[in-house]
Design a protein around this ligand. Structure first.
Ligand code: CIZ
Ligand code: SF4
Length: 305
């Protein structure tokens, strides 16, 4: 088994070099995928790396909206996904038509949208945001009376509490993060009384209320490196634990719930990465008119943070 794995890894390495490709891997990907990464990170970190790299071919291991975001920032590069069917159910809960309707009901509102949206939805936004900078983006809109914040109702709840702003929201959520329950955190705290509790803002509000820190995955990676705490209970998709353990060998990380597995994030495997490099498939490309409008919302976010 170990041997078969290393043969595959060697083949991926060889072909990657021949194709002048980089492999970008989201923090929630399987350990075998993280092991062949050139870079690991959250969606925005990876998209910014895609824009900067000399490589002409980007193998994006994550979900569809993330590859689209990379393509929006690097239209001159080829972005491929080892499994194009890896979607994000939260992103799919809001269509561009839904958002246009919501906007027409609140014509004066400024529109902020989480990065977990399709390119078509991003094209309808004034500002994009991520879980790292959502609070900063909303705080920067102090002179605006009405703010639409879509699609995640739990991230919106967290941002509303942090900023003291009332937000016009949408009824979407992450089916993976809501599997983490308050009783899970309570149980893990009992087992590990000295552990710090870090949770993602896509979690249910009562789970968020129990956390020592509410953080995106890139912020969790930083927190884990910098904290004096030796143990952490981690309330997010379980894939991140592999990275945290690898990067911090002297520390212990416990998933708040083993149920928090995103099936779409687990669709990518080493075999599929190799096939994608062999066949240069499946390409993700955003049509130019949508791309330009979506990029404006991302650029406006980058001006704030
Ligand atoms: O933006 C990302 O990568 C997501 C969806 C999660 C996170 O907090 O990093
Ligand atoms: Fe979407 Fe949730 Fe999976 Fe992230 S963990 S890709 S928000 S379904």
């Amino acid at each position: 088994m170990v041997k078969a794995r290393s043969v595959l890894e060697e083949k991926i390495k060889e072909l990657k070099k021949k194709r002048n490709a980089v492999i970008l891997v989201h923090n929630y990907q399987l350990p075998e995928v993280q092991d062949v990464a050139d870079f690991r990170g959250d969606s925005l970190e990876l998209s910014r790396i895609a824009a900067k790299t000399e490589a002409k071919l980007i193998v994006f291991c994550g979900v569809y909206f993330m590859a689209e975001t990379a393509s929006i920032l690097s239209p001159e590069k080829t972005v491929i996904m080892p499994d194009k069917h890896a979607g994000c159910p939260m992103a799919n809960m809001l269509t561009a038509d839904d958002l246009r309707k919501l906007k027409s009901e609140h014509p004066k509102a400024v529109v902020v949208g989480y990065v977990n949206t399709s390119a078509e939805v991003k094209a309808e936004l004034d500002y994009c945001c991520t879980s790292t900078n959502a609070v900063a983006v909303v705080n920067a809109l102090k002179d605006r009376e009405e703010i639409i914040f879509v699609p995640d109702k739990y991230l919106a709840d967290f941002v509303a509490k942090k900023t003291g702003r009332q937000l016009i929201t949408w009824n979407a959520f992450c089916p993976t993060h809501i599997k983490i329950l308050p009783e899970d955190v309570k149980r893990e705290k009992k087992f590990h009384p000295f552990a710090k509790v870090i949770v993602h803002p896509e979690c249910l509000p009562p789970v968020v209320a129990m956390a020592d820190a509410v953080l995106s995955t890139s912020q969790m990676a930083k927190f884990a490196r910098e904290t004096e705490a030796k143990e952490m209970i981690v309330g997010t998709e379980v894939g991140l634990i592999y990275r945290l353990k690898k990067d911090n060998p002297g520390k212990e990380f416990y998933p708040a719930s083993e149920r928090a597995v995103c099936p779409n994030m687990k669709r990518t495997t080493q075999e599929k990465i190799l096939w994608s490099l062999e066949e240069l498939k499946e390409e993700v490309k955003v049509p130019d008119d949508i791309r330009k409008r979506a990029k404006k919302a991302i650029d406006r976010m980058l001006e704030i943070i």
